[in-house]
Design a protein around this ligand. Structure first.
Ligand SMILES: Cc1cc2nc3c(=O)[nH]c(=O)nc-3n(C[C@H](O)[C@H](O)[C@H](O)COP(=O)(O)OP(=O)(O)OC[C@H]3O[C@@H](n4cnc5c(N)ncnc54)[C@H](O)[C@@H]3O)c2cc1C
Length: 395
């Protein structure tokens, strides 16, 4: 049996694991990163073409601050590797009457000095004639926000991580429901995880282990997480826009969030088509074997939305359709904490449909804790805060 030793083993090369491995390597650690299927693969939550990066989070300043710093770190990375994987489309919040979320968002952005514009419905109609403003009472535009080319960004990050010294292995790590501990540790109240094994029989020892396994976390730690992280099935559609002067690409059309209607859309980036999805939790989903063929009902719902909000696209051809999964915690806060039975095992996940943009800050946060930061665990990210009942509060 091969036996290799590292400072840190990171399991999962989605956006959370890849940024964690990268940040740890940059701080001088010897890091191995493993993934069962490969960085940004189609079954991972990070594996779609695009993800929104926005600063607006209602009153949740913690995520606004994180999004702001993450955008800076994404842009630094893309400049370093010379890959234009951020598209500054702007993000437009369409506010319905008496909708407190955009109002709270404006207050938070204002307080943190993040640029935004308030638009009347006639300004929206004038600037973006593609958008029908029916039911909207005002809008908030984040001009500096936009879209990350998600799958390609994760792949480029892992390539960069390998270049600076991370060892990458495409291997599944065997489940750790009963992880091995060494005898001396077993006598202590909280043992350390001694090693993990992979599907090919390789044994990997490390000082610390990070399980950044997204929607797979409940399968790996069933007793702990089966009822704390809920993967749900989410459908996403791309539509071919008519070729009228880039009317459905940025800057003519921004990314938009129709919070009250539970819908959002991205303009055509990289010729993939205009992307629309409903942001409501779907049924439970298995990330390995779940059916990834989008349904006619899902398409019909999105077309009804288009007819209302972007009528020029109501009959547009579907250019792509994807089924992805959210990995929801009870309220949408991330899970970033030590495993309660080990002093060297970190659980990192619970992106809950909004985590992608925060990859850089999640990586920094985990790396700092492993390096011994005495800042403690943010209570909102703790395992203890993860209830068993679903009550979404973070969007
Ligand atoms: C439809 C949809 C739209 C979204 N929109 C946005 C958005 O606009 N903006 C935003 O910020 N976020 C968005 N999100 C959320 C975001 O995509 C996720 O929160 C984020 O990608 C989660 O990343 P992750 O690294 O935790 O998980 P993943 O990307 O799933 O990575 C986990 C990795 O762990 C690996 N793994 C699992 N088990 C093992 C094992 N035993 N051994 C080895 N490897 C293993 C997997 O192969 C996988 O690659 C959206 C999500 C979905 C589904």
């Amino acid at each position: 049996m091969n036996d290799s030793t590292y400072d840190v083993a990171v399991v999962g090369a989605g956006v959370f694991g890849a940024w964690t491995a990268y940040q740890l390597q940059r701080s001088g650690k010897r890091v191995v990163l493993l993934d069962a299927y490969g960085p940004g693969h189609s079954r991972s939550s990070s594996g779609d073409e695009s993800r929104i990066i926005r600063m607006g989070y209602g009153a949740d300043e913690i995520y606004t601050r994180s999004a702001r710093r993450s955008l800076l770190l994404w842009q630094e990375l893309f400049a370093r590797i010379d890959e234009p994987l951020f598209h500054q489309t702007g993000v437009l919040w369409l506010a319905h009457e008496n909708d407190p979320y955009p109002v709270k968002t404006a207050a938070t952005l204002d307080q943190l000095g993040i640029p935004f514009e308030k638009l009347t419905t006639s300004q929206v109609a004038q600037r973006y004639p593609q958008i029908r403003v029916e039911g909207i009472s005002w809008a908030l535009l984040e001009p500096d926000s936009g879209v990350l080319s998600a799958r390609r960004a994760v792949q480029a990050l892992v390539t960069e991580a390998i270049r600076i010294g991370v060892e990458y292995l495409q291997e599944a790590v065997n489940g750790t429901a009963a992880p091995p501990v060494n005898e001396q540790d077993a006598r202590a109240t909280k043992p350390q995880l001694h090693h993990i094994t992979t599907s090919s029989g390789r044994r990997i020892s490390a000082g610390s282990y990070v399980f950044a396994c997204g929607p797979w976390l409940p399968k790996i730690f069933p007793e702990l997480l089966a009822d704390r992280i809920h993967p749900t099935r989410q459908e996403v559609f791309y539509f071919g826009a008519p070729t009228r002067d880039g009317e459905f690409s940025a800057p003519a059309l921004p990314t938009w969030v129709d919070f009250k209607d539970e819908a959002y859309g991205l303009p055509d980036t990289e010729g993939r088509g205009v992307k629309i999805a409903i942001d409501r939790h779907g049924p439970p989903f298995d990330p390995d074997s779940g059916n990834r063929v989008a349904t006619n009902e899902g398409l019909a719902e999105v077309r009804r939305y288009l007819a209302r909000r972007l009528p020029a696209l109501k009959d547009a051809p579907v250019t792509d359709a994807r089924v992805c999964q959210y990995e929801n915690t009870s309220n949408g806060d991330f899970l970033i904490d030590l495993h309660p039975e080990f002093t060297n095992v970190w659980l990192v996940g619970g992106g809950s449909g909004h985590g992608f943009k925060h990859g850089p800050v999640v990586g920094e946060y985990v790396a700092a804790r492993i390096e011994g930061s005495n800042e403690g665990i943010e209570p909102r990210f703790s395992l203890a805060s993860k209830a068993r009942e679903q009550k979404r509060a973070v969007f």
